[in-house]
Ligand binder design. Sequence first.
Ligand SMILES: Nc1nc2c(ncn2[C@@H]2O[C@H](COP(=O)(O)OP(=O)(O)OP(=O)(O)O)[C@@H](O)[C@H]2O)c(=O)[nH]1
Length: 211
Amino acid sequence: MSSDKNKVNPREEIQLQIGIIGDAQVGKTSLMVKYVQDIYNKEYTQTLGVNFLKKRIRLRSTDITLSLMDLGGQREFINMLPLATMDSYCILLLFDLTRPETLKSVREWYRQAFGLNKNAIPILVGTKYDLFIELDQDYQEEISRTCLKYAQIMDSPVIFSSSAYSINIQILFKIIIAKIFNLRLTISEISDIGDPLLIYKEFGNTHLNGS
Ligand SMILES: Nc1nc2c(ncn2[C@@H]2O[C@H](COP(=O)(O)OP(=O)(O)OP(=O)(O)O)[C@@H](O)[C@H]2O)c(=O)[nH]1
């Protein structure tokens, strides 16, 4: 007879789905592949429908499997939006920092996605920060201010990232986990215009999954 000492404690296992949406070529697949496989590819391959990748992480005594669902940004795939969002705990709304029209589109992506799933935590992610910092200061200021406005309206953290240069990729997923499990993070925020914005403390705290 085995003693209690020898008993193996079953680890708790959790599956969490995260949806990644936004216009075509904003860098959704690149972000997902960079995070999961630490690979960045300069070549563009259009996502047809939905791509998905899994990543296992450990949080204290819990094994978490993140299922990342990346929806092709062409409008023809909009019928697959429920697959990418309905069971998601967090929905990443991506736009390309160098194409303001992709930020404008976030409003419509938000409306449609959160019409399907009100409980998810939204996170606004500006991509291609490496190209954005080459653009003029006035443009950077305008985009940053517009993002903060959207963040307030959507109650969403804002993060500027670059998959090409690994900027704010790991941190983004730390913030996602912290928001889902309502954990405190000590990572400093970045709010100066021209820097890769990282504003998460005051936003994304009131959604049901995060409570
Ligand atoms: N400079 C730069 N280019 C990037 C970055 N992230 C993605 N790209 C490029 O942008 C293009 C589009 O990237 P994807 O990740 O395929 O974009 P997507 O949003 O998945 O596109 P769809 O499949 O059309 O929805 C590719 O050529 C990428 O290499 C980045 O951080 N910096």
